[in-house]
Design a protein around this ligand. Structure first.
Ligand SMILES: CC(C)(COP(=O)(O)OP(=O)(O)OC[C@H]1O[C@@H](n2cnc3c(N)ncnc32)[C@H](O)[C@@H]1OP(=O)(O)O)[C@@H](O)C(=O)NCCC(=O)NCCS
Length: 338
């Protein structure tokens, strides 16, 4: 395999990038007012975990120092038409031998939630891979920032893992979520690039659901007992908690496979189904079964099936399968093709 070739001239001479609604231009002192407005916003400081108090002079020095850097590229995001400053977006921490860089972005208050962040991120990723020649772009984002995580996922970043207690903010420990995208990953097409009218299968056969993620929902009789099982025993990462129909704090959403996947909610209907409610398709079934068994998961055995010592059995049509249940009897399967 050829070693990666990073074109450093794409960093020393940062190109202006265009998207349907934005212009990304090299960040500099001309953008001081916009950058300063962002630094005055408490919520932006929280979301980026920034404790430092900046002076205007220090910010000018920083912006001035960005020209001709060969290890990073900083852009100001400008809205076309209004020509207003929207935020900044950065590739930094170049590792030339590994063709990797870190990514970060911060939009100014009042600019969030309109798709600008995802639109700018897509443009920078295209540039990172197609022009700079990077192989990997990575980031970390705090667990209390689901909007940023969602935006990154839409732009093509994938969930890699979680670092525990990386930030102490407002009296609480906060985890960091690690995400990355590789040059070889398939990047999702920008929605504006998809011409739905040109997709014949849509015209011929309407598929109202197939573009949307499907999550499993399971009813439990006692949310606290369920949390002990799903978080303590299964070690599923919590995406968020919310109310169930009648109880505040009665539901949890867990992540799996890089996305929100399982909704657990307290309900009087709990325990009424013992059919399999959801299945994990895993690569190494033995390893996953061993890890869960070590956490105290008991695997189910069914009459008429021949299970091995750990409960694994042959799957109809090939491969192997094993089942376990939560404290309410909601049954999950683990399957593998091998
Ligand atoms: C992170 C950031 C760049 C994202 O850009 P953005 O333009 O606000 O994001 P978008 O509008 O493109 O996408 C946001 C997505 O998050 C979703 N979202 C918003 N709030 C959410 C929440 N509380 N939980 C889950 N998803 C949420 C939106 O619905 C949208 O997804 P959808 O298009 O599938 O509906 C921007 O919000 C930002 O700069 N925030 C402040 C600073 C910051 O957090 N920086 C990142 C530090 S790592």
């Amino acid at each position: 395999m050829n070693p990666p070739a990073v074109d450093v001239s794409a960093l020393t001479d940062v190109a202006t990038l265009s998207t349907p609604r934005l212009r990304l231009e090299p960040l500099g002192v001309a953008h001081l007012d916009g950058v300063w407005e962002g630094l005055l916003d408490d919520e932006s400081m929280r979301l980026t975990g920034t404790r430092q108090v900046f002076t205007r002079e220090a910010v000018v020095r920083h912006l001035d120092s960005l020209a001709d850097r060969d290890d990073r590229a900083d852009w100001a995001i400008i809205e076309l038409g209004s020509e207003e400053y929207v935020g900044e977006i950065v590739l930094n921490e170049l590792e030339p031998d590994d063709a990797s860089m870190n990514f970060r972005i911060a939009l100014n208050p009042g600019r969030l939630g309109r798709g600008f962040g995802t639109e700018a991120t897509r443009a920078v990723l295209d540039h990172a891979f197609d022009r700079i020649g990077l192989h990997r772009v990575s980031l970390d984002v705090f667990s209390f920032n689901p909007r940023a995580q969602r935006s990154y996922e839409k732009a093509g970043f994938r969930y890699e893992g979680r670092q525990r207690d990386t930030l102490f903010w407002d009296g609480e420990w906060v985890d960091s979520i690690l995400m990355s995208v590789l040059s070889t990953d398939e990047r999702p097409a920008a929605p504006e690039a998809v011409d739905i009218a040109d997709r014949p299968e849509r015209t011929a056969v309407p598929r109202p659901l197939s573009d949307f993620p499907l999550h499993a929902s399971v009813a439990v009789s006692d949310i606290d007992r369920a949390v002990t099982f799903y978080e303590g025993t299964l070690r599923l990462p919590l995406a968020r908690s919310g109310p169930s129909a009648r109880i505040s704090g009665g539901s949890r959403v867990y992540r799996s496979g890089g996305d929100e996947a399982l909704h657990v909610y307290q309900s009087t209907t709990a325990g009424t189904s013992h059919a399999t409610v959801a299945t994990w398709y895993v690569d190494d079934l033995d390893q996953v079964v061993d890890a869960l068994a070590a956490n105290g998961v008991d695997f189910l055995r069914y009459d008429g099936l021949s299970h091995d010592a750990r409960g694994i059995t042959a799957r109809a049509g090939g491969g192997r399968i094993v089942w376990f249940a939560d404290p309410d009897g909601n049954t999950f399967a683990l399957e593998s093709d091998r």
